[in-house]
Design a protein around this ligand. Structure first.
Ligand code: COA
Length: 162
């Protein structure tokens, strides 16, 4: 449990999610499911994008809330979030390569926003890879501040007030 947000509330009804592929499930990952989330992150961020392994996994994993998206039992996406003062910070949003463009990323962000609203947070912030900025803009996030580099990849800070 984080900041008084219970698992059941966090899993409450999701707002309008486009589901081109049914049945897509998004749930808060049980600790027993974290290894699957970390394996997908490894594939996407380390193998595909070349992020160093010691940066991809960090000390926040133990305390963050992790989401897992499954289709017919198979993991197709993951993301994590943690509370930073009055906001939630979304991180490690990753969709399996062959499933991109199918609404999985939107559904993951929607689940994080639902969780943040349930905890009466002010908004959701994130550091977007520059090539993912248009994805977050579609979801209502706006860039803040100057571009910066993280793990050798250009990023922008983005924010959505809830
Ligand atoms: N540029 C412009 N628009 C994009 C986009 C992009 N790179 N990626 C998605 N969108 C748009 C979609 O067209 C869709 O808009 P629509 O509903 O109007 O058609 C909307 O954003 C939602 O797209 P969705 O299908 O839910 O996105 P996704 O499941 O492909 O997930 C990522 C997006 C970025 C999470 C996914 O591409 C991914 O895992 N990339 C590799 C890892 C990564 O870079 N993560 C982000 C780290 S900051």
């Amino acid at each position: 449990m984080l900041a008084g947000i219970s698992r059941s509330r966090a899993e409450g009804p999701l707002p309008a999610i486009k589901r081109r592929h049914e049945p897509l499930q998004i749930t808060l990952a049980l600790e027993a499911e974290w290894a699957e989330c970390f394996a997908l992150r490894r594939t996407v961020f380390i193998d595909e994008q070349g992020v160093p392994g010691d940066l991809e996994r960090d000390e926040h994993d133990a305390l963050a809330a992790h989401w897992i998206s499954r289709m017919r039992g198979e993991i197709v996406g993951t993301a994590r979030a943690r509370v930073l003062e009055r906001d939630v910070k979304a991180e490690r949003v990753a969709v399996r390569k062959d499933m991109r463009g199918s609404g999985v990323g939107r559904a993951l962000m929607s689940a994080i926003e639902t969780w943040a609203r349930a905890g009466r947070m002010d908004g959701v912030r994130l550091n977007a890879q520059s090539n993912a900025v248009p994805f977050y803009e579609v979801l209502g996030y706006t860039t803040e501040g100057a571009p910066f580099e993280e793990a050798g990849i250009p990023h922008r800070s983005m924010y959505k007030r809830l």
